[in-house]
Design a protein around this ligand. Structure first.
Ligand SMILES: [Zn+2]
Length: 373
Protein backbone atom coordinates (compact mmCIF):
# COMPACT_ATOMS: atom_id res chain seq x y z
CA UNK A 1 0.00 0.00 0.00
CA UNK A 2 2.81 2.39 0.99
CA UNK A 3 4.64 1.52 -2.23
CA UNK A 4 1.61 2.36 -4.31
CA UNK A 5 1.20 5.65 -2.41
CA UNK A 6 4.78 6.50 -3.32
CA UNK A 7 4.14 5.68 -6.96
CA UNK A 8 1.03 7.84 -6.91
CA UNK A 9 2.94 10.84 -5.47
CA UNK A 10 5.72 10.34 -7.98
CA UNK A 11 3.28 10.28 -10.86
CA UNK A 12 1.52 13.41 -9.61
CA UNK A 13 4.81 15.32 -9.94
CA UNK A 14 5.69 13.77 -13.28
CA UNK A 15 5.22 15.54 -16.61
CA UNK A 16 5.05 13.12 -19.54
CA UNK A 17 7.62 13.43 -22.35
CA UNK A 18 6.65 12.56 -25.89
CA UNK A 19 9.69 10.25 -26.24
CA UNK A 20 8.43 8.17 -23.32
CA UNK A 21 5.04 7.31 -24.77
CA UNK A 22 5.88 3.62 -25.32
CA UNK A 23 7.12 3.27 -21.77
CA UNK A 24 3.96 4.92 -20.39
CA UNK A 25 1.79 2.61 -22.45
CA UNK A 26 3.68 -0.43 -21.10
CA UNK A 27 3.22 0.80 -17.49
CA UNK A 28 -0.48 1.42 -18.08
CA UNK A 29 -0.80 -2.13 -19.34
CA UNK A 30 0.87 -3.51 -16.20
CA UNK A 31 -1.64 -1.62 -14.02
CA UNK A 32 -4.51 -2.77 -16.18
CA UNK A 33 -3.41 -6.43 -15.94
CA UNK A 34 -2.96 -6.04 -12.20
CA UNK A 35 -6.54 -4.86 -11.94
CA UNK A 36 -7.74 -7.82 -14.04
CA UNK A 37 -5.89 -10.19 -11.74
CA UNK A 38 -7.51 -8.63 -8.69
CA UNK A 39 -10.93 -8.89 -10.32
CA UNK A 40 -10.25 -12.58 -11.03
CA UNK A 41 -9.25 -13.23 -7.41
CA UNK A 42 -12.38 -11.43 -6.17
CA UNK A 43 -14.57 -13.45 -8.50
CA UNK A 44 -12.80 -16.67 -7.52
CA UNK A 45 -13.35 -15.98 -3.83
CA UNK A 46 -16.97 -15.02 -4.35
CA UNK A 47 -17.66 -18.36 -6.08
CA UNK A 48 -15.67 -20.29 -3.47
CA UNK A 49 -17.68 -18.64 -0.69
CA UNK A 50 -20.94 -19.25 -2.48
CA UNK A 51 -20.19 -22.97 -2.95
CA UNK A 52 -18.96 -23.30 0.64
CA UNK A 53 -22.19 -21.68 1.90
CA UNK A 54 -24.34 -23.98 -0.23
CA UNK A 55 -22.49 -27.00 1.18
CA UNK A 56 -22.60 -25.71 4.77
CA UNK A 57 -26.34 -25.03 4.88
CA UNK A 58 -27.15 -28.37 3.26
CA UNK A 59 -28.56 -26.89 0.04
CA UNK A 60 -26.29 -29.13 -2.04
CA UNK A 61 -27.05 -32.79 -1.56
CA UNK A 62 -23.55 -34.26 -1.66
CA UNK A 63 -24.80 -37.82 -1.25
CA UNK A 64 -25.00 -38.05 -5.05
CA UNK A 65 -21.21 -37.61 -5.26
CA UNK A 66 -18.40 -40.02 -4.47
CA UNK A 67 -15.86 -39.04 -1.81
CA UNK A 68 -13.24 -37.75 -4.31
CA UNK A 69 -15.75 -35.46 -6.02
CA UNK A 70 -16.96 -34.11 -2.68
CA UNK A 71 -13.38 -33.03 -1.99
CA UNK A 72 -13.00 -31.41 -5.39
CA UNK A 73 -16.41 -29.71 -5.54
CA UNK A 74 -15.27 -26.56 -3.67
CA UNK A 75 -12.51 -26.04 -6.26
CA UNK A 76 -14.93 -25.72 -9.19
CA UNK A 77 -15.32 -22.30 -10.76
CA UNK A 78 -17.80 -21.56 -13.48
CA UNK A 79 -16.40 -18.87 -15.79
CA UNK A 80 -19.10 -16.34 -16.41
CA UNK A 81 -17.82 -15.32 -19.84
CA UNK A 82 -18.18 -18.97 -20.83
CA UNK A 83 -21.92 -18.84 -20.28
CA UNK A 84 -23.96 -20.10 -23.20
CA UNK A 85 -25.40 -17.00 -24.82
CA UNK A 86 -28.04 -18.60 -27.00
CA UNK A 87 -29.33 -22.11 -26.65
CA UNK A 88 -31.08 -22.87 -29.92
CA UNK A 89 -29.63 -25.60 -32.05
CA UNK A 90 -26.80 -24.76 -34.39
CA UNK A 91 -25.66 -21.66 -32.55
CA UNK A 92 -22.20 -21.40 -31.06
CA UNK A 93 -22.17 -22.06 -27.34
CA UNK A 94 -19.71 -23.14 -24.73
CA UNK A 95 -19.17 -23.84 -21.07
CA UNK A 96 -15.89 -22.96 -19.38
CA UNK A 97 -14.98 -24.19 -15.94
CA UNK A 98 -11.91 -24.64 -13.74
CA UNK A 99 -11.34 -27.41 -11.27
CA UNK A 100 -8.50 -28.35 -8.93
CA UNK A 101 -6.36 -26.42 -6.45
CA UNK A 102 -4.39 -23.49 -7.87
CA UNK A 103 -0.84 -22.66 -6.69
CA UNK A 104 -2.12 -19.47 -4.97
CA UNK A 105 -4.20 -21.63 -2.62
CA UNK A 106 -1.48 -24.18 -1.98
CA UNK A 107 1.36 -21.74 -1.22
CA UNK A 108 -0.08 -20.14 1.95
CA UNK A 109 -0.79 -23.63 3.35
CA UNK A 110 2.88 -24.65 3.15
CA UNK A 111 5.07 -24.50 6.33
CA UNK A 112 6.08 -20.89 7.17
CA UNK A 113 9.77 -21.75 7.64
CA UNK A 114 10.21 -22.77 4.00
CA UNK A 115 12.03 -20.38 1.73
CA UNK A 116 9.69 -18.18 -0.40
CA UNK A 117 11.13 -19.43 -3.70
CA UNK A 118 10.91 -23.04 -2.61
CA UNK A 119 7.31 -22.48 -1.51
CA UNK A 120 6.48 -21.06 -4.94
CA UNK A 121 8.15 -24.01 -6.69
CA UNK A 122 6.31 -26.54 -4.55
CA UNK A 123 3.00 -24.77 -5.06
CA UNK A 124 3.53 -24.61 -8.83
CA UNK A 125 4.39 -28.29 -8.84
CA UNK A 126 1.25 -29.20 -6.89
CA UNK A 127 -0.98 -26.87 -8.93
CA UNK A 128 -3.68 -29.07 -10.41
CA UNK A 129 -5.98 -26.31 -11.64
CA UNK A 130 -7.39 -27.51 -14.93
CA UNK A 131 -9.50 -25.36 -17.21
CA UNK A 132 -12.01 -27.11 -19.43
CA UNK A 133 -14.06 -25.50 -22.16
CA UNK A 134 -16.59 -27.59 -24.03
CA UNK A 135 -18.97 -26.42 -26.67
CA UNK A 136 -19.80 -25.85 -30.28
CA UNK A 137 -18.11 -23.18 -32.36
CA UNK A 138 -20.60 -23.20 -35.22
CA UNK A 139 -18.63 -25.84 -37.17
CA UNK A 140 -17.65 -28.54 -34.75
CA UNK A 141 -17.96 -29.67 -31.17
CA UNK A 142 -14.83 -29.20 -29.16
CA UNK A 143 -13.27 -29.71 -25.74
CA UNK A 144 -10.24 -27.68 -24.67
CA UNK A 145 -8.06 -28.63 -21.73
CA UNK A 146 -5.52 -26.19 -20.38
CA UNK A 147 -3.39 -25.30 -17.40
CA UNK A 148 -0.72 -22.60 -17.01
CA UNK A 149 1.61 -24.25 -19.48
CA UNK A 150 -0.32 -26.37 -21.94
CA UNK A 151 -3.45 -26.34 -24.09
CA UNK A 152 -4.90 -29.41 -25.76
CA UNK A 153 -7.83 -29.07 -28.10
CA UNK A 154 -10.05 -31.98 -29.09
CA UNK A 155 -12.60 -31.61 -31.86
CA UNK A 156 -15.37 -33.73 -33.22
CA UNK A 157 -17.09 -32.73 -36.46
CA UNK A 158 -20.26 -34.80 -36.07
CA UNK A 159 -21.07 -33.77 -32.56
CA UNK A 160 -20.80 -36.39 -29.87
CA UNK A 161 -17.80 -35.76 -27.67
CA UNK A 162 -18.30 -39.30 -26.41
CA UNK A 163 -17.03 -40.53 -29.79
CA UNK A 164 -13.67 -38.77 -29.56
CA UNK A 165 -10.84 -41.07 -30.44
CA UNK A 166 -9.01 -42.84 -27.64
CA UNK A 167 -5.52 -41.80 -28.75
CA UNK A 168 -6.43 -38.12 -28.39
CA UNK A 169 -7.94 -38.84 -24.99
CA UNK A 170 -4.84 -40.66 -23.81
CA UNK A 171 -2.78 -37.60 -24.72
CA UNK A 172 -5.03 -35.48 -22.51
CA UNK A 173 -4.66 -37.94 -19.63
CA UNK A 174 -0.86 -37.94 -19.97
CA UNK A 175 -0.67 -34.16 -19.74
CA UNK A 176 -3.51 -33.66 -17.24
CA UNK A 177 -3.61 -36.70 -14.94
CA UNK A 178 -5.99 -34.73 -12.71
CA UNK A 179 -8.74 -35.74 -15.17
CA UNK A 180 -8.79 -39.16 -13.49
CA UNK A 181 -9.16 -37.59 -10.06
CA UNK A 182 -12.51 -36.22 -11.22
CA UNK A 183 -14.98 -39.08 -11.17
CA UNK A 184 -18.24 -37.51 -12.34
CA UNK A 185 -17.92 -33.93 -13.53
CA UNK A 186 -21.46 -33.81 -14.86
CA UNK A 187 -22.78 -34.86 -11.44
CA UNK A 188 -20.90 -32.00 -9.78
CA UNK A 189 -21.98 -29.39 -12.32
CA UNK A 190 -25.59 -30.58 -12.14
CA UNK A 191 -25.54 -29.81 -8.41
CA UNK A 192 -24.19 -26.30 -9.02
CA UNK A 193 -26.27 -25.50 -12.08
CA UNK A 194 -29.42 -24.19 -10.33
CA UNK A 195 -27.29 -21.86 -8.18
CA UNK A 196 -24.95 -20.45 -10.82
CA UNK A 197 -26.59 -20.67 -14.22
CA UNK A 198 -29.70 -22.73 -14.78
CA UNK A 199 -29.09 -22.66 -18.54
CA UNK A 200 -25.65 -24.23 -18.16
CA UNK A 201 -25.31 -26.90 -20.81
CA UNK A 202 -23.82 -29.99 -19.11
CA UNK A 203 -24.80 -32.41 -21.88
CA UNK A 204 -21.44 -32.30 -23.65
CA UNK A 205 -19.52 -32.62 -20.40
CA UNK A 206 -21.60 -35.68 -19.57
CA UNK A 207 -20.75 -37.40 -22.85
CA UNK A 208 -17.14 -36.41 -22.63
CA UNK A 209 -16.75 -37.65 -19.06
CA UNK A 210 -18.55 -40.96 -19.41
CA UNK A 211 -16.26 -42.02 -22.25
CA UNK A 212 -12.76 -41.65 -20.75
CA UNK A 213 -10.78 -44.91 -20.60
CA UNK A 214 -11.78 -46.78 -17.43
CA UNK A 215 -9.13 -46.15 -14.71
CA UNK A 216 -8.07 -49.43 -13.13
CA UNK A 217 -7.68 -47.80 -9.72
CA UNK A 218 -11.33 -46.68 -9.61
CA UNK A 219 -13.54 -48.45 -7.09
CA UNK A 220 -16.73 -50.06 -8.38
CA UNK A 221 -18.79 -47.19 -6.97
CA UNK A 222 -16.59 -44.68 -8.81
CA UNK A 223 -16.91 -46.61 -12.05
CA UNK A 224 -20.70 -46.67 -11.78
CA UNK A 225 -20.83 -42.94 -10.98
CA UNK A 226 -18.67 -42.00 -13.92
CA UNK A 227 -20.09 -44.35 -16.54
CA UNK A 228 -23.66 -44.50 -15.14
CA UNK A 229 -24.62 -47.85 -16.69
CA UNK A 230 -23.12 -51.33 -17.07
CA UNK A 231 -23.67 -50.88 -20.78
CA UNK A 232 -21.53 -47.73 -21.04
CA UNK A 233 -18.87 -49.23 -18.81
CA UNK A 234 -18.52 -52.33 -21.02
CA UNK A 235 -18.57 -50.24 -24.16
CA UNK A 236 -15.75 -47.96 -22.99
CA UNK A 237 -13.69 -50.75 -21.44
CA UNK A 238 -13.80 -52.82 -24.65
CA UNK A 239 -13.68 -49.97 -27.15
CA UNK A 240 -16.38 -51.79 -29.14
CA UNK A 241 -19.91 -50.75 -30.18
CA UNK A 242 -22.64 -51.50 -27.62
CA UNK A 243 -24.20 -54.24 -29.77
CA UNK A 244 -20.97 -56.25 -29.53
CA UNK A 245 -20.68 -56.07 -25.78
CA UNK A 246 -24.14 -55.67 -24.28
CA UNK A 247 -27.55 -57.29 -24.69
CA UNK A 248 -30.45 -54.92 -24.05
CA UNK A 249 -32.52 -57.59 -22.25
CA UNK A 250 -29.91 -58.09 -19.55
CA UNK A 251 -30.53 -56.81 -16.03
CA UNK A 252 -27.15 -57.64 -14.55
CA UNK A 253 -26.49 -57.81 -10.86
CA UNK A 254 -23.53 -55.73 -9.70
CA UNK A 255 -21.48 -58.87 -9.11
CA UNK A 256 -22.15 -60.21 -12.59
CA UNK A 257 -21.32 -56.85 -14.19
CA UNK A 258 -18.11 -56.59 -12.14
CA UNK A 259 -16.98 -60.02 -13.26
CA UNK A 260 -17.73 -59.27 -16.92
CA UNK A 261 -15.86 -56.00 -16.74
CA UNK A 262 -12.81 -57.61 -15.13
CA UNK A 263 -12.70 -60.19 -17.91
CA UNK A 264 -12.97 -57.52 -20.59
CA UNK A 265 -10.33 -55.29 -18.97
CA UNK A 266 -7.95 -58.23 -18.69
CA UNK A 267 -8.07 -58.76 -22.43
CA UNK A 268 -10.92 -61.24 -22.68
CA UNK A 269 -12.70 -59.25 -25.40
CA UNK A 270 -12.96 -62.09 -27.95
CA UNK A 271 -14.42 -64.41 -25.31
CA UNK A 272 -16.90 -61.72 -24.28
CA UNK A 273 -17.96 -61.04 -27.87
CA UNK A 274 -18.61 -64.76 -28.39
CA UNK A 275 -20.68 -64.85 -25.19
CA UNK A 276 -22.75 -61.84 -26.33
CA UNK A 277 -23.36 -63.54 -29.68
CA UNK A 278 -24.67 -66.65 -27.92
CA UNK A 279 -26.91 -64.48 -25.74
CA UNK A 280 -28.37 -62.76 -28.83
CA UNK A 281 -29.15 -66.21 -30.23
CA UNK A 282 -31.26 -66.83 -27.13
CA UNK A 283 -33.09 -63.52 -27.74
CA UNK A 284 -33.86 -64.50 -31.34
CA UNK A 285 -35.00 -68.01 -30.44
CA UNK A 286 -37.37 -66.67 -27.75
CA UNK A 287 -38.75 -64.00 -30.10
CA UNK A 288 -39.23 -66.48 -32.94
CA UNK A 289 -40.88 -69.29 -31.01
CA UNK A 290 -42.99 -67.62 -28.33
CA UNK A 291 -46.00 -65.35 -28.81
CA UNK A 292 -45.15 -62.93 -26.02
CA UNK A 293 -41.91 -62.11 -24.30
CA UNK A 294 -41.63 -61.88 -20.56
CA UNK A 295 -37.90 -61.25 -20.28
CA UNK A 296 -37.89 -61.44 -16.50
CA UNK A 297 -39.02 -65.08 -16.89
CA UNK A 298 -35.97 -66.04 -18.95
CA UNK A 299 -33.21 -64.30 -16.97
CA UNK A 300 -31.01 -66.27 -14.62
CA UNK A 301 -30.09 -65.13 -11.11
CA UNK A 302 -27.22 -63.00 -12.52
CA UNK A 303 -29.44 -61.16 -14.97
CA UNK A 304 -28.22 -62.96 -18.12
CA UNK A 305 -30.55 -64.79 -20.49
CA UNK A 306 -30.87 -68.50 -19.93
CA UNK A 307 -31.32 -70.93 -22.82
CA UNK A 308 -32.75 -73.51 -20.39
CA UNK A 309 -35.47 -71.06 -19.30
CA UNK A 310 -36.21 -70.10 -22.91
CA UNK A 311 -36.54 -73.81 -23.81
CA UNK A 312 -39.01 -74.21 -20.94
CA UNK A 313 -41.04 -71.27 -22.30
CA UNK A 314 -40.96 -72.80 -25.79
CA UNK A 315 -42.22 -76.11 -24.48
CA UNK A 316 -44.99 -74.28 -22.55
CA UNK A 317 -45.88 -72.44 -25.75
CA UNK A 318 -46.21 -75.73 -27.66
CA UNK A 319 -48.41 -77.22 -24.97
CA UNK A 320 -50.59 -74.11 -24.96
CA UNK A 321 -51.03 -74.21 -28.74
CA UNK A 322 -52.09 -77.85 -28.43
CA UNK A 323 -54.65 -76.94 -25.74
CA UNK A 324 -55.97 -74.01 -27.79
CA UNK A 325 -56.51 -76.34 -30.75
CA UNK A 326 -58.19 -78.95 -28.57
CA UNK A 327 -60.59 -76.37 -27.05
CA UNK A 328 -61.18 -74.52 -30.31
CA UNK A 329 -59.47 -71.23 -29.41
CA UNK A 330 -58.18 -69.33 -32.42
CA UNK A 331 -55.21 -66.98 -32.43
CA UNK A 332 -57.24 -64.49 -34.51
CA UNK A 333 -60.89 -63.70 -34.01
CA UNK A 334 -62.61 -63.36 -37.39
CA UNK A 335 -65.50 -61.09 -36.39
CA UNK A 336 -66.12 -57.90 -38.38
CA UNK A 337 -68.55 -56.24 -35.94
CA UNK A 338 -66.47 -54.46 -33.26
CA UNK A 339 -69.21 -54.90 -30.65
CA UNK A 340 -69.65 -58.65 -31.04
CA UNK A 341 -67.65 -60.72 -28.57
CA UNK A 342 -66.03 -64.09 -29.06
CA UNK A 343 -65.56 -66.57 -26.26
CA UNK A 344 -62.17 -67.81 -25.07
CA UNK A 345 -63.08 -71.40 -24.34
CA UNK A 346 -60.06 -71.79 -22.07
CA UNK A 347 -60.74 -68.82 -19.78
CA UNK A 348 -64.50 -68.74 -20.32
CA UNK A 349 -64.27 -65.03 -21.05
CA UNK A 350 -66.10 -62.95 -23.69
CA UNK A 351 -63.84 -60.61 -25.58
CA UNK A 352 -64.21 -58.22 -28.55
CA UNK A 353 -61.92 -58.52 -31.55
CA UNK A 354 -59.89 -55.47 -30.61
CA UNK A 355 -58.87 -57.03 -27.28
CA UNK A 356 -58.63 -60.61 -28.52
CA UNK A 357 -54.96 -60.68 -29.51
CA UNK A 358 -53.89 -59.06 -26.25
CA UNK A 359 -55.85 -61.64 -24.30
CA UNK A 360 -54.41 -64.62 -26.18
CA UNK A 361 -50.89 -63.29 -25.50
CA UNK A 362 -51.59 -62.52 -21.87
CA UNK A 363 -50.05 -64.36 -18.97
CA UNK A 364 -53.43 -65.21 -17.41
CA UNK A 365 -54.55 -66.92 -20.62
CA UNK A 366 -51.24 -68.77 -20.85
CA UNK A 367 -51.38 -69.90 -17.23
CA UNK A 368 -54.94 -71.18 -17.56
CA UNK A 369 -54.09 -72.99 -20.80
CA UNK A 370 -51.00 -74.60 -19.31
CA UNK A 371 -53.05 -76.14 -16.50
CA UNK A 372 -55.12 -78.09 -19.03
CA UNK A 373 -54.11 -81.43 -20.40
ZN1 LIG B 1 -58.17 -67.12 -22.54
Amino acid sequence: MKTLDKVEKLLARYTPQQSEQDKIYALAKILHDMNDRLEAVKWDEAQANQIAALVADGTLDLSTLVERDRTLLPTIRIHTHGKPKTMFYGSARSLKISIGWPAEKIKPALPYWLDENLKQDLADFADTRLQITVGYNGFEHFANFSNRNTVIKLEHPTGNLGDLDMEARKKVLDVFPVVNDIVDLRGMLTLLKPHFDHRMDVWHIGHLWSSWPVPEEFTWEEKIRRYATHEQLLKVASGLPTADVYVWNWRLTDDAAKELLEDVMQGGIAKHKAFVKRQFKIVKRYQAECRSHHWEKVRDENGFLSMALVKKMISDERHLVKMEKKHGVKRRLEICDPDVKGECKICKKHITQIHWQKHINSRTHMQKGLKLS
